[in-house]
Design a binder for this molecule. Sequence first.
Ligand code: OXD
Ligand code: MN
Length: 605
Amino acid sequence: MPTMSLKNKDTNSVTHQKIIEWVENIASLTQPDTIHWCDGSDKEAAHIYDLMLRNGTATQLNPNLRPNSYIVRSDPSDVARSEEKTFICSRRPEEAGPTNNWREPKAMHQHLQHLFAGAMHGRTMYVIPFSMGPMGSKMARMGVQVTDSPYVVAGMRIMTRMGAPALEYLADNRDFVACIHSVGCPLSEGQKDIPWPCNQQDKCIVHFPEERAIWSYGSGYGGNALLAKKCFALRIASHIARNEGWLAEHMLILKLTSPQNKAIYITAAFPSACGKTNLAMLEPSLNGWKVECIGDDIAWMHFGEDGRLYAINPEAGFFGVAPGTSMTSNPNAMRMLNSNCIFTNVATTENGDVWWEKMNAPPKKLTDWRGNTWTAKNESQAAHPNARFTVAATQCPALAKEWDDPRGVPISAILFGGRRATRTPLVCEALNWSHGVFLGSIVSSEKTAAAEGKTGSLRYDPMAMLPFCGYNMADHWAHWLHIGKRKGAQLPKIYAVNWFRKNKAGNFLWPGFSENSRVLKWIFERCTGQGGGHNTPIGTIPDPSNIDISGLNITEEIMQHLLKVDVDSWLHEEIPSIRQHYAQFGDDLPAELTSELSELQARLS
Ligand code: OXD
Ligand code: MN
């Protein structure tokens, strides 16, 4: 048991009895050598980075090229979220639903007691009090994470509002989500630490939605370890939101301003690796239009008194995928990464800077993400495909001034997007809210085969929440439908978008990236009472002339193809595939979605 003298904080000064008891219980289970209560100060951060440098976890990048930035290389076995090791321990399996891994809570608690016993031996346990969302906002929620990873402390400092103000705020006996994390790599007496401790055998990321608790063991990476993000802000928060009548979604939030200086706010859900960060801070190709970023991954939406849905970004930073990020795909991201970043599993150049695939032409020689020499002849990737940057939101040059407004921003449009080579048009407006929920429930992306031009199998990723919904997905749809029935609600319009349609030769028809501003312009016009379009069986679609393609080298024929609804293939391929996707939910599927599907079939027939 750690002695009181080893704690940096006199627990008498922590007035939230529940937190003290909880920390002491976790400490007596995990047996750390020391407990450190994080205050979030610069001095503390300097100490954490120094520790990571001394332990070989981090290396400082060339300060002349990338000031105050670090490269971290993880263990090669610990590079991504472990979906198959992610569990939802609700009381009954039906509450988790067919798309989650359910475990019985009591048995799981027993297992965790066993796993975590002595797990922090030889290490420091850091206590991180934090707020998700602007502290004091009615929409924000509090959490406390304990972790034995300095890398996680550094990440949480960027991604959340953490430290002394959060602890003070919690002192008012506020509720908090309890987040327990260990890399699962205790040190015996005198044993030297390794740069990236983790547990090769055992990993698990466990959620107890009713208890509002998260236990994560064995991994130090991303969404497995920064528990505020996917675990809290999506899985636990989606459960809280359902109970309290709001929405916690895997969505970016952006502000779109027209040349006439009129602004609307949009949220957009895309499956992982479909360009959310790129869209969130897009530099429009259309003159006079402006996109500003409020968030790139998670939106919490509550009803305001005026009946509109208001969104906040619960996070304070970006944990984005580096490969593919370039001055073409996301110039604002490239600018925000110029300093004050942690890069994980990217490659490094001979002069101490970072590099990843598609950033620009590869240098002749690099050190790859594993720390090995890499030359341009090398077949393997220099950066891991899931290599990441961690950077504060305030570094983004396109950050909207209202990004941390405690009142949130009123949402005019919600976009659902997938990666579909065929059939799904560039953009389509839902006929009404329940039709929009239907469009969200069928978000899907084609697997690699399709990306290569063949019709591949589809992975449905409803509302882009498949790995992130903390309860039964069918109940999540029911909740969305319920939201739409709220008295006096002024609901956003809902759109399905697809930047990824291809021609027969397998080439993308739409240039994407900054050109997506042309689609945003149409959505803006629809939301502000202008904007043409025609009704089709699947929703309202712009005529080719309704999309501003001025200055773009794209033919009328391509526009026709991008906006085409192929009735036959919708009827004979899409509908049966949706039916199959829905079948797994059995009786839990809301009747309204069954009706939406039948009505779609009738409109197509
Ligand atoms: C992410 C993801 O890390 O969606 O944001 O996987
Ligand atoms: Mn995400």
